[in-house]
Design a binder for this molecule. Structure first.
Ligand code: GDP
Length: 444
C-alpha cells in the first residue's frame, strides 16, 4: 500500500500525543524528533525535512487555540496542515485552452510509465471531464513505444496519431494538432521520447517540441518508487523545460513516500496525478489534503465515496437500501453487491482509505484473500434461484450437493448460510430503530 511505512511510524507518534490535555514544549520536541526520523526513513529530502520540522515546532509551540480541539489534537492538526502544504496545498487543476485543442506534452525517462500514463490520462479526461482526446506517438526511436500507444488507443477506442519512425517529432506534433482541429478532438496528448538518463539530445528535442507547439501543460512523469532519484530527475527536467506539473506513477508500490513528499518543495511544481496501478483506470487526481489524512490514519473518506460513485449504480443502490430496510435482501442481491465492491479495486486499498484502518492490528494481518470471495461466489452460484431467494428451503442433501458443485465443503456452506441469516437479522433490527439512531456506531 502507498505510504505504509511512513504511515505506520507517524501514526504511532500521533497516537502518543493525541489524548494529551496539556502539551509541553518537551512533548513537542519529542514528537518532532520522531516525525523527523520517520520522514528521513521515508527517504524525504534532507533539507525538506529540516524546514518541515522547524515549521511544525514553531506552530505547535506557539499554538493557535481552537476550543473544539484538545491541545493534542491541535498539534495533530498542525502536522496535517503542514503535510498538506508540503504536497502542494490545494489540488491543482488541469488546463483548458481558450481555443481547442488543449495540448498536453508528456515527458519523462524511459520506464517511468509515460506511455501508460498517456493512455490513463486520456481515459480520465473522457470519463471524468467528458473530453474527447487524441493520442500522439512522438517517440520515433522506439517502434515498440508507437505500438504500445496504438494498442492503448484500440483498448480505449480513441484515435492515435502516428507518422511512424521516420518523421521528425516536431512535425508529428504539429500535424497531429491540425488533425485534431479538423476532427474536433478537444485534447491532444503527446507521448514524447524518453531515455534511460537525462541527456542533452533528449532535452534539445523536447525544447524544440515545446517551442513549436507551445503546449498548455507539460507533465513530467516520474516513478515514485525511485525516491530521491525521481526528485533529481524532476529538478533537471524542470530546469531545462519548465514543466507545469508532475505525474507520480507506481504510488501503489511506494511504501515510503519520499518522492511524493519532496517534489513540490524541491521543484515548486505540483503533483497533479498519481498512478495507482497498471490498469487504465488507475490514475487519480492528486489531492494533497486527502493524502495527508491517509498518511496520518485519518482515512480518506472522500476518495472512497468518489470511488463508490464511479462504480456503483445509484438506482441499484437505492433499490438495495429498500431491500435492506424491509429485510428482503436475498443471496442474489448479495452476489450483485459483491460484484460492485470488487469493481472498486483491491479490498486492501479500499480498507486503507478508512480512518484508523492502519491502527487496527487485527485488520493489518488479515490477508484480504480475493480467493475467499470467489469461494463465496461459487457457493451462491451453485444454489437454485429459489434457494437464493429463500435459503431456509435447503435441506442437508441439497447443502451437500451445493458444496460439491462449488468445490467447497459443507461446513463452508453452513457458515455462509449462518452469516447471511445474522446479517439479515441485523438489518431488521436497524430498520426497526427510530430515525436518527440508525447511523450510530456506523459513522466514519
Ligand atoms: P515509459 O517507458 O515511460 O513509456 O513506460 P511505460 O508506460 O511503458 O511503463 C513502464 C511499466 O510501468 C509498465 O509495465 C507499466 O505497466 C508500469 N506502470 C506504469 N504506471 C504504473 C503505476 O501507476 N503502477 C504500477 N504498478 N505500474 C505502472
Amino acid at each position: 500500500m502507498a505510504f505504509e511505512g511512513l504511515a505506520d511510524r507517524l501514526q504511532g507518534t500521533i497516537q502518543r500525543i493525541k489524548g494529551k490535555g496539556k502539551v509541553t514544549e518537551q512533548d513537542v520536541k519529542e514528537m518532532t524528533r520522531e516525525v523527523r526520523l520517520a520522514l528521513l526513513e521515508a527517504d524525504v529530502n534532507f533539507k525538506v525535512v529540516k524546514d518541515f520540522v522547524k515549521r511544525i515546532r514553531e506552530r505547535a509551540i506557539g499554538q493557535e487555540v481552537m476550543e473544539s480541539l484538545t491541545p493534542g489534537q491541535q498539534v495533530i492538526k498542525v502536522v496535517r496542515d503542514e503535510l498538506t502544504e508540503l504536497m502542494g496545498g490545494e489540488q491543482s487543476k488541469i488546463a483548458v485552452a481558450d481555443r481547442p485543442p488543449t495540448v498536453i506534452m508528456m515527458v519523462g525517462l524511459q520506464g517511468a510509465g509515460k506511455t501508460t500514463t498517456t493512455g490513463k490520462l486520456a481515459n480520465l479526461l473522457r470519463k471524468k471531464y467528458n473530453r474527447n482526446p487524441m493520442l500522439v506517438a512522438a517517440d520515433v526511436y522506439r517502434p515498440a513505444a508507437i505500438n504500445q500507444l496504438e494498442t492503448l488507443g484500440k483498448q480505449l477506442n480513441m484515435p492515435v496519431f502516428s507518422l511512424g519512425t521516420e518523421a521528425n517529432p516536431v512535425d508529428i506534433a504539429n500535424q497531429a494538432i491540425e488533425k485534431a482541429k479538423e476532427d474536433h478532438q478537444d485534447y491532444v496528448i503527446i507521448d514524447t521520447a524518453g531515455r534511460l538518463h537525462v541527456d542533452n539530445d533528449l532535452m534539445d528535442e523536447l525544447q524544440q517540441i515545446k517551442a513549436n507547439v507551445q503546449p498548455d501543460e507539460i507533465f513530467l512523469v516520474v516513478d515514485a518508487m525511485t525516491g530521491q532519484d525521481a526528485v533529481n530527475v524532476a529538478e533537471s527536467f524542470n530546469e531545462q523545460l519548465e514543466v507545469s506539473g508532475v505525474v507520480l506513477t507506481k504510488l501503489d508500490g511506494d511504501t515510503r513516500g519520499g518522492a511524493a513528499l519532496s517534489i513540490k518543495a524541491v521543484t515548486d511544481k505540483p503533483i497533479k496525478f498519481a498512478g495507482m496501478g497498471e490498469k487504465l483506470d488507475e490514475l487519480e487526481a492528486f489531492h494533497p489534503e486527502r493524502m495527508a489524512s491517509r498518511i496520518l490514519g485519518m482515512g480518506d473518506v472522500l476518495s472512497l465515496i468518489e470511488k463508490a460513485q464511479d462504480t456503483v449504480d445509484e438506482n441499484k443502490a437505492k433499490e438495495l437500501e429498500e431491500k435492506m430496510r424491509s429485510a428482503t435482501f436475498t443471496f442474489d442481491d448479495f452476489l450483485e453487491q459483491m460484484g460492485q465492491v470488487r469493481n472498486m479495486g483491491p479490498l486492501e486499498d479500499i480498507i486503507g482509505m478508512l480512518p484508523g484502518a492502519n491502527k487496527m492490528k487485527g485488520l493489518k494481518n488479515v490477508q484480504f484473500d480475493e480467493k475467499q470471495l470467489s469461494h463465496v461466489e461459487a457457493i451462491i452460484q451453485s444454489m437454485t434461484k429459489q434457494e437464493r431467494q429463500d435459503p431456509s428451503i435447503m435441506n442437508a442433501s441439497r447443502k451437500k450437493r451445493i458444496a460439491k458443485g462449488s468445490g467447497r465443503n459443507v461446513s463452508e456452506v453452513n457458515r455462509l448460510l449462518k452469516q447471511f441469516e445474522e446479517m439479515k437479522k441485523m438489518m431488521k433490527q436497524m430498520s426497526n430503530m427510530p430515525k436518527g439512531k440508525k447511523g450510530k456506531g456506523m459513522k466514519f
